[in-house]
Design a protein. Structure first.
Length: 402
């Protein structure tokens, strides 16, 4: 079975997902096109070698629907023979798109595939595509449906993380992201977004607040109290986990992931395909896995899937040099580090979605690229990337530097 290698990756900067954000006038198609075009141009890529484009998109409706992967491939001047497919596994869509690309290569059915993702959260609102789980009683009741923020507070309460713990983690994320940008760690992996005249609209992550400290976060009120109490979800949480007597509401906008716009693309191929394209591999995709986790806790999937992917790879947690865990909420990462007794110095070393934002369908591909760059910068060998997922799932990928 052929190995799958990562040859390159690029992403757009993340723009604030609001009407006054720098990328609000940029369509989903244009965001995806920017990433795909930059990947093609930087590698002088002969797109006749590309067998498929796989893009994650969590709300594939309106301008983001209709298989934006195919439209973006055409718009980025890939050959008309290059197909595209749009996938959705909620927050892990971008990482799963890369895993799907790798699976095609490892199966021997394709030689070179682009995986990645896109989300314009300022233009296509979160939840725009709807879904059965929140609204159909037959599934919502028996699976203890509750909004993610309430689940995040349940995790914090159950595993003993208080408001200060979550805020301190958020402050550190901001500091690490600011340092990474200041030191130029992202400069070779971010493709600026321009308008039709070539004028740069954004070339740096816009959501960051590097001046954040415990005092500024302490002024923010918890975000999910009213939702939990008036919506009845506190009762759902306690019913699912009766050992929790009452929810401690610790999450707010400052220690949760930011709503942003962005896109990413990762070039994956066999060794033979890389030689044909004149490219050197940067990393090998060693293993990947998906798993379902408890729907009520919902966001603990990274713990479960990490155990699964390590077993699949024949590795232990001690074999991993760096970890990237999507910062959907502070308690997600805190629980992950607690479960594996990890050194925080190995986890999200350049900040994460609390500081820079979480463009749902693209984030997985973005953080995969971030940790690959960090492996190369520091001379380390292996990394594990994982994300929590709505409805209780987890996705993880292990890469090793070539």
């Amino acid at each position: 079975m052929p190995d799958a290698y990562i040859y390159d990756h690029l992403r757009t900067p993340r723009g604030r997902g609001k009407a006054d954000g720098a990328l609000h006038q940029v369509t989903t198609l244009q965001l995806a096109t920017t990433a795909l075009k930059a990947l093609r141009e930087r590698n002088d890529l002969d797109t006749r070698l590309v067998d498929d484009v796989v893009l994650g998109c969590v709300d594939p409706v309106g301008e983001a629907g209709g298989d934006v992967a195919r439209a973006a491939a055409l718009n980025a001047d890939y050959g008309h023979h290059v197909p595209g497919v749009q996938i959705n596994r909620f927050c892990a869509s971008g990482l799963d798109a890369v895993n799907f690309a790798a699976a095609q290569v490892m199966s021997g059915q394709h030689d070179m595939v682009v995986g990645g993702g896109v989300e314009s959260m300022s233009r296509v609102g979160i939840g725009a595509s709807g879904g059965a789980w929140p609204v159909e009683p037959e599934i919502a009741v028996k699976s203890y449906f509750m909004p993610q923020g309430v689940s995040a507070d349940l995790i914090a309460t159950k595993y003993g993380f208080n408001r200060d713990d979550c805020d301190a983690y958020a402050v550190e994320s901001q500091k690490r992201a600011a340092k990474a940008w200041e030191k130029g760690y992202f400069k070779n992996s971010v493709a600026p977004v321009t308008d039709v005249n070539g004028i740069v609209l954004l070339d740096k992550d816009e959501h960051m607040r590097p001046g954040t400290d415990m005092q500024t976060l302490g002024q923010l009120k918890p975000s999910f109290v009213q939702m939990a109490d008036m919506g009845g979800f506190s009762a759902v949480a306690i019913d699912a986990h009766p050992e929790v007597e009452a929810l401690d509401h610790v999450h707010h906008a400052g220690n949760s992931s930011g709503i942003v716009d962005g896109a990413a693309a990762v070039l994956v191929g066999s060794r033979k395909a890389g030689r044909s394209a004149g490219l050197k591999p940067r990393a090998r995709i060693r293993a990947f896995a998906n798993i379902g986790s408890e729907p009520a806790l919902m966001l603990t999937g990274p713990v479960d899937v990490t155990k699964k992917v390590l077993k699949r790879a024949g590795m232990t947690i001690a074999d991993i040099d760096l970890f990237e865990i999507n910062e959907a909420f502070a308690s997600v990462v805190l629980r992950y580090m607690q479960a594996f007794e990890l050194d925080p110095a190995k986890v999200n070393v350049n900040g994460g979605a609390i500081a820079m934002g979480h463009p749902l369908g693209a984030t997985g591909a973005m953080i995969l690229g971030t940790v690959l760059d960090e492996l190369e910068r520091t001379g380390k060998e292996t990394a594990l990337v994982t994300l929590c997922i709505g409805a209780g799932m987890g996705t993880a990928t292990i890469i090793e530097r070539v």
